[in-house]
Ligand binder design. Structure first.
Ligand code: LLP
Length: 440
C-alpha cells in the first residue's frame, strides 16, 4: 500500500505541503490545529464558492433562463454556509424546521427555499409557511391534502413541486439510493400511482403546481444518470400533458454527483455534465414536442465535500504484536460516522510528517466506547506516528458536521472557515454547558 506523497496532485487543488507539513487552502494545518484545538472541522470558503460557480455558470450557459441551482443544505447546514451560497446566487434545499430556521436566521431569501422530506408534520408545514418558504416538494397524497388545508386556512396559493419516483437505480450504496420504484420517497411512475397524484394536485385550489421533482441517489458516478432522469421525466410530462393538459414550468432533478474521496475515485467534470444534460433536455423536448422546462438541481456533496477537512490529535498508538496497529484520535464516529455507516473511504495524512514515507498500515479509530468507531481502516501512516501528532482526514466537508452526534457525550468540534489566507470561526466548539443545557 502506497500513499501519494504529493497530496496536491492527488485529490484537490486546495491540498499541498510545505516544510513537511500538510497545508489546506494554503494554510499550515499544524498551526490551525494549535490555534483552534482538535478535533477541528476546516472549511475552505474559496473552494465552496468555486464549486457554486461551476454549477451557476454552467447553468447560465446551457440551461433555460430561470433554471436554478439549489444547495442541498443537508450536506452541511449552518448559518455561514447559507450566507455563502446565498451570496453566490444559489437557492436552498431544506428538509426540516431546523434547516429552515438556519436559513431564515442567516437572512437567506426564503422565496428561493425548497422544502423536501417524506414526512412533514402539520406543525412543520405551518412553520414553513410562516417562514415564507418558497416551494414545498410534496412527497405524497397525505402531505398534498395537508398542504391544501393549511394554504386554504391562510387563504394563499402555495407553490409546490411533486416528487416523482422515476424508477432508476443510481448504482450507489443502498442507504443513499432513492430513485428506484420501492423507495420511501415520492410517488412512482411505474406503478401508475404518479398520474392520479398529479391529477389530484392540479385539482387543489390553493396549490400552484410548478412542476416535478425527482432525485435518484447520492455519490453517483454512473455515467448518464441525470440524462436518464430527464428522459424518464420528460416522457412522464408528455403523458401528463396528454391526460391532464398540464405543462410544468420547473423540473427539479435532485442532487447526487459523486466526489473523490480517494485517488481511485473518478473525477466528475461538472460543466461538461451539465452541457450533456442540456443537450439531452433540448433534444428530448423537441422529440416529444414539449416546451423546455426550467431545470433545478440540488447538489450538496459536490459543493462542500472537497472544501472540508477534519484535524485530530493522536492520543495513542497501539501495536498488537502479530495482528495490527491502531492510531486513536480525539474524535471519531461522533464527528464522522460515514465509515461506520457506509464503509466510506477517506484519504488521511499525518499532517506533520509529510516528508516521511507513509508505509505502515494503521486502523484510524476514534475515542468512542465501541469497536465500530473506526474512521478509516488500513491507513498508511509513517512508522514514527505517535501521541501528539496531528492527523488530517480529507474531503469531510459533506455529511460530517451535519451528521455529527453527541454519543458518549463527546463535544461537537467547531467549524473554522479559511478564506484567502485568513481563518475565522463559523461554528463555535460545543462546551460542556452546551451539551448539558437541556438536562433537568
Ligand atoms: N436532493 C435530495 C432530495 C436529496 O435527498 C439529496 C441527498 C440531495 C439533493 C443531495 O445529494 P448530494 O448532491 O449531496 O449527493 N448521508 C449520506 C448522504 C445522504 C444523501 C441524502 N440525500 C452520506 O454521508 O453519504
Amino acid at each position: 500500500m502506497t500513499l501519494p506523497l504529493h497530496p496536491e496532485t492527488a485529490l484537490c487543488s486546495n491540498l499541498d505541503r510545505k516544510d513537511g507539513h500538510l497545508r489546506f487552502a494554503g494554510q499550515d494545518t499544524l498551526k490551525l490545529a494549535q490555534t483552534y484545538g482538535t478535533p477541528l472541522y476546516l472549511m475552505d470558503e474559496d473552494r465552496i464558492r468555486h464549486n457554486c460557480r461551476l454549477y451557476r455558470d454552467a447553468f447560465a450557459e446551457c440551461l433555460p433562463q430561470g433554471s436554478m441551482v439549489l444547495y442541498a443544505s443537508k450536506a452541511a447546514a449552518f448559518r455561514q454556509m447559507c450566507r455563502i451560497v446565498g451570496e453566490e446566487g444559489l437557492g436552498l434545499d431544506v428538509v426540516s424546521p431546523g434547516e429552515i430556521y438556519t436559513a431564515q436566521t442567516a437572512g437567506f431569501p426564503m422565496e428561493k427555499v425548497y422544502y423536501h422530506g417524506n414526512n412533514k408534520t402539520d406543525e412543520d408545514i405551518a412553520f414553513a409557511m410562516d417562514a415564507g418558504v418558497g416551494c414545498f416538494v410534496v412527497d405524497g397524497v397525505e402531505e398534498l391534502l395537508a398542504l391544501e388545508a393549511e394554504a386554504a386556512r391562510r387563504d394563499l396559493r402555495q407553490k409546490v413541486l411533486l416528487r416523482i419516483t422515476p424508477g432508476i437505480d443510481p448504482h450507489t450504496y443502498a442507504a443513499v439510493s432513492t430513485g428506484q420504484v420501492d423507495s420511501k420517497f415520492g410517488v412512482s411512475i411505474e406503478t401508475g400511482q404518479a398520474e392520479p397524484f398529479v391529477g389530484l394536485a392540479l385539482a387543489q385550489p390553493h396549490l400552484d403546481v410548478a412542476g416535478f421533482h425527482c432525485h435518484v441517489g447520492s455519490q453517483v458516478f454512473w455515467e448518464d444518470v441525470f440524462e436518464r432522469s430527464v428522459i424518464v421525466m420528460m416522457a412522464f410530462i408528455r403523458t401528463i400533458h396528454d391526460r391532464w393538459g398540464y405543462l410544468p414550468e420547473e423540473l427539479d432533478l435532485g442532487g447526487g454527483y459523486g466526489v473523490r474521496y480517494v485517488e481511485s475515485d473518478p473525477e466528475i467534470h461538472i460543466p461538461r455534465k451539465i452541457a450533456n444534460l442540456a443537450e439531452t433536455l433540448y433534444a428530448i423536448s423537441k422529440r416529444l414536442d414539449l416546451p423546455v422546462p426550467k431545470i433545478l438541481m440540488e447538489p450538496g456533496r459536490s459543493i462542500v465535500a472537497d472544501a472540508g477537512m477534519t484535524l485530530y490529535t493522536v492520543g495513542s498508538v497501539k501495536e498488537i504484536t502479530g495482528y495490527k496497529r491502531y492510531v486513536s484520535v480525539d474524535g471519531g464516529m461522533t464527528d464522522n460516522p460515514r465509515y461506520a455507516l457506509y464503509g466510506s473511504q477517506y484519504t488521511c495524512f499525518n499532517a506533520g510528517r509529510m516528508e516521511e514515507p507513509a508505509d505502515v498500515a494503521f486502523d484510524l479509530v476514534g475515542r468512542c466506547c465501541e469497536s465500530g468507531d473506526v474512521i478509516q481502516p488500513e491507513v498508511p501512516f509513517p512508522a514514527a506516528t505517535k501521541r501528539g501528532d496531528v492527523i488530517a482526514v480529507c474531503t469531510t466537508g459533506a455529511y460530517n458536521f451535519s451528521m455529527a452526534s453527541a454519543y458518549n457525550r463527546l463535544l461537537r468540534p467547531p467549524v473554522v472557515m479559511l478564506r484567502g489566507g485568513d481563518a475565522y470561526v463559523a461554528v463555535e466548539r460545543e462546551t460542556l454547558q452546551d451539551m448539558a443545557r437541556l438536562d433537568r
